[in-house]
Ligand binder design. Structure first.
Ligand SMILES: C[S@@+](CC[C@H](N)C(=O)[O-])C[C@H]1O[C@@H](n2cnc3c(N)ncnc32)[C@H](O)[C@@H]1O
Length: 234
């Protein structure tokens, strides 16, 4: 059963602490390594280069941080899980890592040129609050790129996805990592906001050029947008 909203943050934090030691191994196994190409697409969509200052919200063990650091960007990793941050610290020593949530970023207004996030959105306690914080810390013209799992539109693919993500992933998790955690990861698809709701949140927070790109037949999605230059009406 999914935790109620006021208990979600504590539940999620503990769960990621528990599965941190096997998180990378399980990720590669469950996605057959395809997640690497999705992450590259995320970094490209955020337009990162050596002059970028990028915050990675829900950085976990540091996959996106590492890709951002590889193109020379200054990287700020944000995550509430101590266990995940320890892995990120080892993987990306140059990253500035902050143990906190995306709903309350300890960063000044307009201090980032880009924000990325990988598979964290459905774990956030409040998606609107995180989107507002992303808008606040981004400089006008800054890019946001949010990578998440998605449920494919087309029926045959959706059936395969539901079987794989709803049954096989929790089974693999129970054998190789944690039954409860991988059941939560499957069930937490219910926390995904609809396309319309997410689009509206981004628009209301001052983003333009909002685009959803379906990846690998729609089993993942990449949401991108640009922070509007006009900040006065937000
Ligand atoms: C599925 S993992 C993704 C990790 C990494 N971004 C990746 O792509 O592999 C989700 C991460 O989001 C973090 N998280 C959970 N709630 C959060 C919140 N409210 N704000 C920021 N990060 C959060 C978790 O601790 C976890 O490390």
């Amino acid at each position: 059963m999914l935790p109620t909203s006021n208990r979600k943050q504590q539940y999620v934090e503990r769960m990621f602490d528990d599965i941190a030691p096997r998180y990378d191994f399980m990720n590669r196994l469950m996605t057959f390594g395809i997640d690497r190409s999705w992450r590259k697409a995320t970094i490209a969509a955020a337009g990162l280069d050596r002059d970028s200052v990028v915050a990675d919200i829900g950085c976990g063990s540091g996959d996106l941080c590492a890709d951002a650091a590889a193109v020379g960007s200054t990287v700020i990793g944000i995550d509430p899980s101590r266990g995940m941050l320890q892995l990120a610290r080892r993987r990306v020593p140059s990253a500035h890592l902050l143990r906190t949530v995306g709903e309350a970023l300890p960063l000044g207004d307009g201090t980032c040129t880009a924000v990325v996030s990988g598979f964290a959105l459905r774990n956030w306690s409040s998606v609107p609050a995180v989107i507002r914080e992303i808008a606040r810390v981004l400089a006008p013209g800054g890019r946001v790129a949010i990578l998440e799992i998605d449920v494919p539109d087309r029926a045959p693919l959706r059936m395969g996805f539901n079987l794989y993500f709803g049954r096989i992933v929790p089974m693999l998790g129970s054998v190789l990592s944690s039954a409860n955690a991988y059941q939560y990861l499957a069930d937490s698809l219910e926390y995904l906001p609809s396309d319309e709701a997410l689009h509206a949140m981004l628009g209301e927070s001052g983003f333009k050029d909002i685009l959803k790109t379906r990846l690998t037949g729609g089993i993942a999605q990449l949401i991108t947008a640009t922070r509007s230059e006009q900040t006065s009406d937000v």
